[in-house]
Design a protein around this ligand. Structure first.
Ligand code: FES
Length: 185
């Protein structure tokens, strides 16, 4: 029997064993590398924040601005001036829409319009300036009367008797194409 002696494999001539070379900068966190990484993460954070601001501010403004915006004043038609009798306060009613932000309030308000020439008008609110009851025109007494606490106002809305602290409120008004308008908003 032939004995096979185990012979170590011979490397070809010129073979150079490759030993992995580990460079310190690849494997180690040097102080310089750490500073660079920190700087980069701050820069990315800052850029992300900036983008969020640029995109976010107009979006938030779009959502919030109507809530902060108050609608401007507008002229509200209350009726034909032909309805008003010369020298006698005449009751008019108007639907007033007030829009504040997202909310829309519709209310019907009454007012007395007085004209001496059929062209220019004094328009008075029918809300008593004491506690808000409705006043009515009393032709016999030639004055406005409030049923709640007995206040009396003259034809121009000035307080004649009772507790109200001030005259009846006046509406700014105009006449256009035969229609009476009050300024609301
Ligand atoms: S509410 Fe008109 S007098 Fe009081």
């Amino acid at each position: 029997m032939t004995k096979h002696a185990s012979t170590p494999m011979k490397r070809p001539t010129g073979f150079v064993e490759r030993i992995p070379v580990v460079r310190p900068e690849e494997n180690e966190i040097t102080e310089e590398g750490s500073t660079r990484r920190t700087f980069l993460s701050y820069a990315i954070g800052a850029i992300t924040g900036l983008i969020a601001l640029v995109v976010g501010i107009p979006a938030v403004g779009y959502i919030v601005s109507p809530a902060l915006k108050k609608e401007g004043e507008k002229w509200i038609p209350v009726g034909s001036i032909r309805k008003a009798k010369i020298g006698v306060p005449t009751l008019f009613k108007a639907k007033i829409v007030r829009k504040v932000g997202w909310e829309k309030n519709v209310s019907e308000e009454a007012m007395y319009a007085l004209t001496e020439d059929g062209k220019s008008f004094t328009v008075l609110s029918n809300v008593c300036t004491h506690l808000g009851c409705r006043v009515h025109w009393d032709s016999d007494k030639n004055s406005y009367f409030c049923p709640c606490h007995g206040a009396v106002f003259d034809k121009q809305g000035n307080v004649v008797a009772g507790p109200p602290p001030r005259p009846l409120d006046r509406f700014q008004n105009k006449v256009e194409n035969g229609k009476l308008y009050i300024l609301g908003g």
